[in-house]
Write a protein that binds this ligand. Structure first.
Ligand code: PLP
Length: 429
């Protein structure tokens, strides 16, 4: 595969942009080599500036659930764009978006639009702190909630890839307020709440961890956290930036039947445009400015073009059977990969939720962050490059979930499994 143009662009980028990228995982640090530069994308495929085509299992890290450049999303964007790019006064599409989110996710009685998942989680913990008058936040090892100071404590994916437990620049005084416990450990959560439950403003969790590969909650775990938060008066926040509208129309909270107090969203609700949102119980959200004293604002929040892209995407995913098909496709892919690995004699395991999956170079089961970390990252890197060479783009980190879209059909999955057969054979050597 020729990567001449990508290489030239990466050389220029590295001189001017830290690491040559505008978000760390894109730099391929954990798998080695250099990133390719995208020219365009369509359906399940990415095309790079050198004319190479890849079946894309990253989907812009989640938003492209309907497939890239979906004609209905593009038409909605074009239509909105002709009316102007930003108004700075309210517009009807913001109301439609609030109506759509609150209808699809019943725990969200009110919602506020922001511009990224990071803004959504930052705002949600401010509400939790403002509403409870408490300071401490609980999060989980390996969970990533964006790059806000309070979250860069034992965070997953990008931070983990770089081997940083915490980021320099996060004051100890603030990091000390973030308590981190192991995901899927019932007793650790109980113990922490027994000790300092009356100091905890909120607990934030990725209900399915997508930033430490892909780890599913143990039976009853999310319910256990719900009960602890209720008992101790803490705000339960589901970070559904990744899982929202993906693992079920109503997200992980619908799939596992647990009602959080606040939820955060991003990715899919922007359809590929920069969007985030947070919402929840009316009594909490009504405390956000200007109806209440907890301040949060944004020049471009509720941007009409972004709302149009998000609304068109939400429309597409409400088609009957959409998530069932996504789930079937995810199993088809993961079953095929596991069979290919078995054939090659490679220790390999997958975890799955509809539209999202984890790949592990180890035997299963994988239920904890420690289990996930025990995956052979070296073998993953080898596999990643072998697949890339064969026109399949996986997340360039052993600690990131993969994503399916509605555009991934039989042909794309067959191509992927065929590529995996010879890629696993390379890894086995
Ligand atoms: N929360 C989760 C679960 C995420 O996966 C991410 C990003 O991947 C974020 C928050 C941050 O979102 P953004 O990158 O839009 O700021």
């Amino acid at each position: 595969m020729n990567h001449e143009r990508s290489h030239a662009l990466f050389t220029r980028a590295q001189a001017l942009i830290p690491g040559g990228v505008n978000s760390p995982v894109r730099a391929f640090k954990s798998v080695g080599g250099e990133p390719f530069f995208a020219q365009r994308a369509e359906g399940a495929y990415l095309f790079d500036v050198d004319g190479n085509r890849y079946v894309d299992y990253v989907g812009s890290w989640g938003p492209m659930i309907a497939g890239h450049a979906h004609p209905e999303v593009l038409a909605a964007v074009e239509g909105a764009m002709r009316n102007g790019l930003s108004f700075g006064v309210p517009n009807a599409l913001e109301v439609e978006m609030a109506e759509a989110i609150t209808r699809i996710v019943p725990s969200c009685e009110m919602v506020r639009m922001v511009n990224s998942g990071t803004e959504a989680t930052l705002s949600a913990i401010r509400v939790a702190r403002g509403a409870t008058g408490r300071s401490r936040i609980v999060k989980f090892e390996g969970c990533y909630h964006g790059h806000g100071d309070s979250f860069l404590v034992k965070a997953g994916s990008g931070v983990m890839t770089l081997g940083l437990p915490n980021s320099p620049g996060v004051p100890d005084a603030l990091a000390d307020l973030t308590m981190t416990i192991p995901y899927n450990d019932f007793d650790a959560a109980t113990r922490l709440f027994d000790e300092i439950g009356d100091e905890i403003a909120g607990l934030i969790i990725e209900p399915i961890v997508g930033n430490a590969n892909c780890i599913l909650p143990r039976e009853g775990y999310l319910q256990h956290l719900r009960a602890l938060c209720t008992k101790h008066g803490a705000v339960l926040i589901f970070d559904e930036v990744m899982t929202g509208f993906r693992v079920a129309l109503g997200g992980a909270q619908q799939r596992y039947e647990v009602t959080p107090d606040l939820s955060t969203f991003g990715k899919i609700i922007g359809g590929g445009m920069p969007v985030g949102a947070y919402g929840g119980r009316r009594e909490l959200m009504a405390q956000v400015a200007p109806s209440g004293p907890i301040y949060q604002a944004g020049t471009l929040s509720g941007n009409p073009v972004a709302m149009a892209a998000g609304l068109a995407t939400l429309e597409l995913i409400q088609a009957p059977g959409f998530h069932d098909a996504l789930e079937r496709r995810t199993h088809q892919l993961c079953d095929g990969l596991e069979a290919a690995a078995r054939e090659a004699g490679v220790a390999f395991h997958t975890t799955r939720a509809p539209g999202m999956f984890g790949l592990y170079f180890r035997e299963g089961p994988v239920e904890t962050f420690e289990d996930a970390k025990a995956s052979d990252a070296g073998k993953f890197g080898q596999f990643f490059h072998a697949m890339l060479e064969r026109g399949v783009y996986l997340a360039p980190s052993a600690f990131e979930a993969g994503f399916m879209s509605a555009a991934h059909g039989d042909a794309e999955i067959a191509h992927t499994i065929l590529a995996a057969r010879s890629a696993f054979a390379e890894v086995a050597q």
